[in-house]
Design a protein around this ligand. Structure first.
Ligand SMILES: Nc1ncnc2c1ncn2[C@@H]1O[C@H](COP(=O)(O)OP(=O)(O)OP(=O)(O)O)[C@@H](O)[C@H]1O
Ligand SMILES: [Mg+2]
Length: 138
């Protein structure tokens, strides 16, 4: 059993990678699935915990830019005896912004949101508790 934590800016290609690589084997959890819910963070943690505790492989498809975003997920994996792997898409900011511009409707996120995530982003490492870090270049 494993937990996969996606890391990358808006437009980096996370959801595309998930769809192509692991959506058949892992349950996809994303705060984007509940755009209007309150306390989405807590809801996501409860969902991940419930899935891992019932033996599912799970992928969390969010930007997860900072250690504080990832630490509770790593802890949930540990608590459930699952391994935990980061998949990091270091897609350049300029490319993410260009892709974001060409997205339609709600899929397009505000520029300031991408810039804020870029400022917070710290590449994932084994040091913070991941068993493995996979880097996927654009
Ligand atoms: N490897 C790729 N090459 C070219 N274009 C790509 C690639 N991966 C994704 N894209 C395009 O980039 C855009 C953003 O991709 P995607 O939705 O997967 O990003 P995301 O990281 O999930 O973003 P968000 O955090 O906002 O959900 C889409 O229009 C997608 O078609
Ligand atoms: Mg996405």
């Amino acid at each position: 059993m494993e937990l996969v934590v996606m890391v990358g800016l808006q437009g980096a290609g996370k959801s595309t990678w998930v769809r192509e690589q692991i959506a058949d084997t892992h349950v996809v959890v994303s705060k984007d699935h509940w755009p209007n819910a309150r306390r989405r963070e807590a809801r996501q943690r409860r969902t991940v915990d419930a899935l891992l505790s019932t033996g599912h492989d799970v992928v969390v498809d969010n930007t997860n830019p900072a250690l504080e975003d990832r630490a509770p997920l790593i802890a949930a994996a540990r608590a459930n005896g699952a391994s935990v792997r980061a998949v990091y898409l270091p897609t350049p900011l300029e490319l993410c912004l260009a892709r974001n511009e060409s997205r339609m409707g709600r899929a397009r996120v505000p520029l300031v949101g991408v810039l804020a995530t870029d400022r917070r982003l710290v590449p994932p490492s084994r040091g913070e508790g991941f068993d493995d870090v996979e880097v996927v270049r654009a």
